[in-house]
Write a protein that binds this ligand. Structure first.
Ligand code: PLP
Length: 410
């Protein structure tokens, strides 16, 4: 009989969001009159910027004529988009990343998973705890872990707790690691990493010949001018880091699909024979073999994000969500809740009030205020006692949510 990849059986069966849906559905069935506001899932709510819409309409018209039709494009992405990314996201910030170090894709979620294709199976892997579950689950699928314990921690992974106790700055691993996943601005905590913190990680990677996988999906939400937008703003990072970026959260592309991964030509790792091999070359080979590029229409849409109008419109979108986050923060602080994040990120991470664990607070909010958030424990053992609220919603819903919080907590 055909065998399966048994590592899949170690996965905690997509527990978090299905469990939330189950509890919400059951509440709604017994309270059909309740107007439930969902601040749970991290998906955008506002439509695409007009500049993107216009560019995509034009691209469709091109596809309608033999003279301007496009078939397969380059697996790495069209030059017109890669050039814009290199210039506006990197060179204009003083970072020397070139267009051919950028690989356009249909999402950062798949890239952060797929990147494991080019690494060996015996690397020691560190993740923050709480964590974006994709980093963990893709390593489980690849057979890089043992079984999970009761709190959901997999044997063989190195978890770096980030909590109020360490001011949301993880300690370095006590044992050396080879691959480190960092996500800043962070999902789920909404906190950012200072230049000093990032520099310390780059130094760590140099010292231990490790590679940093840096997820900067929320880069556009950084409003503090002191906070780096890219790991490559740190000197020497181009030898030890790969960066993931996405148009999902800044330009509302969650349903349109476009992202990119930056693999500098200078970043290398070791072959079995001890030779230093370019990761750029391997990722290029991987993408050329397993990927056939992002649709021309979508890449024209992504390009328009960098036009003067596109830049202005995406800034307005981001500012809109940041204002939502600020109102959430303020409203929660007013009723004495301890809040983190939400200043350079669309997520607010709050400490659950005395007497409530993450799921206990979830039920309390759902039943008493008809609000849905995400229990912190769903993102990792160290998320217990915390709760995530997303600022991706209408202003009206955010204001109503804040009102309900104030009525709930005395
Ligand atoms: C939303 C998100 C992404 C973006 O994923 P896409 O596949 O590009 O939509 C990447 N990383 C994190 C942590 C995210 O929350």
């Amino acid at each position: 009989m055909t065998s399966i990849n048994d590592h899949y059986l170690k996965l905690k069966a997509g527990y978090l969001f299905p469990e939330i849906a189950k509890r919400v559905n059951s509440f709604c069935e017994s309270h059909p009159e309740a107007d439930v506001i969902k601040l749970g899932i991290g998906d955008v709510t506002e439509p695409l910027p007009q500049a993107v819409i216009t560019a995509m309409h034009e691209a469709i018209d091109e596809m309608a004529k033999r003279e301007t039709f496009h078939g397969y494009g380059p697996e790495q992405g069209y030059e017109f988009l890669r050039e814009k990314i290199a210039r506006f996201d990197y060179q204009d910030r003083g970072v020397s990343i070139s267009a051919d170090e950028i690989f356009v894709s249909d999402g950062s979620k798949c890239d952060t998973g797929n990147i494991l294709d080019i690494f060996g199976n015996d690397n020691r892997i560190a993740v923050l705890d709480p964590v974006y579950p994709v980093y963990v689950d893709t390593n489980v699928m690849a057979g890089h872990t043992g079984q999970a314990d009761e709190q959901g921690r997999y044997e063989g992974l190195v978890y770096l707790p980030v909590t109020a106790e360490n001011n949301f700055v993880p300690d370095f691993p006590s044992e050396p690691v080879d691959l480190i996943y960092l996500c800043y601005p962070n999902n789920p905590t909404g906190v950012v990493a200072s230049r000093e913190v990032l520099k310390a990680w780059v130094d760590y990677a140099h010292e231990h010949s490790a590679i940093i996988l840096f997820d900067a999906a929320y880069e556009a939400f950084i409003s503090d001018p002191e906070i780096p937008h890219s790991i490559f703003e740190i000197e020497g990072a181009d030898e030890v880091a790969i960066e993931f970026r996405s148009f999902s959260k800044n330009a509302g592309f969650t349903g349109t699909r476009c992202a990119f991964t930056v693999v500098p030509k200078s970043v290398c790792a070791s072959s079995a024979t001890g030779e230093s091999v370019s990761l750029h070359q391997l990722w290029n080979r991987r993408q050329s073999t397993k990927f056939n590029g992002v649709s021309y229409i979508v890449q024209r849409g992504a390009e328009a994000v960098y036009s003067p109008e596109g830049r202005e419109q995406t800034k307005q979108l981001v500012d809109f969500y940041l204002e939502n986050a600020a109102r959430l923060r303020e409203g929660l602080e007013k009723v004495g809740i301890d809040v983190h994040g939400g200043e350079n990120a669309p997520y607010v991470w709050l400490k659950t009030p005395e007497g409530f664990d993450s799921w206990g607070f979830f039920d309390e909010l759902l039943h008493k205020a008809h609000l849905v958030g995400t229990p912190g424990s769903g993102f990792g053992a160290s998320g217990e006692g915390y709760f995530r609220l997303s600022a991706f919603n209408s202003r009206e819903n955010i204001e109503e949510a804040v009102n309900r919080f104030q009525n709930l907590v005395r």
